[in-house]
Design a protein. Sequence first.
Length: 306
Amino acid sequence: MSWRRLGLVHASSGTLPWARSHAALPTPIHLDGDIFRFFFSSRDADKKSHVGWVDVEVCDTPRVRDAALAPVLAPGADGAFDDSGVGIGSVVVTDEGVSIYYMGWNLGIRSPWRNAIGLARSSSSGGAFARYSPGPILDRSPEDPYTLSYPCVLRFGLGDWRMWYGSNVAPAVGNADMQHVIKQARSVDGIRWVRDGKTVIGFADKTEYALARPSVVKIGDNLLMCFACRGASYRIGAAISRDSGLNWERCDAEMGLGVSEHGWDSEMTCYPALFWHKSRLWLAHNGNGYGATGFGLAVWEGSISD
């Protein structure tokens, strides 16, 4: 059993001012029938990322049905934690509305960037999104002293919110220095988070130096996570937890996704998003250039055991 690639679904046309390039970090929510809205991050002429969307018919021959003409979330005001761009991490739909959890970019001097996690909310998937606050909901702290990245947020029940996010465990002035791992936080309301700073997903070997953009789904009583792995190659890795997320076991060989022989994802696979539709497990992901070639879909072939 393995992922069956369904090909490229959407790439930036370059005609919109907020989306001159890239369709990175695809993040789906179900609208109706086979239609899912995929939020994603695109870059303007100054390489600042904005969040837009396309509506996709999710099937064995996926196709775009509609697309946003304006971004739902743009970079913040000068001096804010997200003034250099917004990279989407996760979208949560509840009875109260839709919440976008995202990574805000700040450009640095000694270090190239500093990132934190923000929240924007809307009353509906088609409504306007407003920031919860000008500042982040998760920033540098004694538990995360350097920088944070793309969050995955799930609501397990009343008062039980979980977040998995990326965090540097060492100061970095270059990519290979970052030592970026995945950590976990918990919340009772999806806004105020408690974290202990412990690494929940670490490196599989000495070539890896960054794990980012976790995506988690339930499989029976277990949890499956996919994430981008950066090292000798850039690919999608995987891990499974059989104790509600306390401990994780890497299963890259079984559930990860490597590169294609040719085409839009022949150099890298990255930024995964797992989701269920019609009792089938799907994977949205980026390919070459960190989303420069757009995003595509894959579907899991066969059954998935608990």
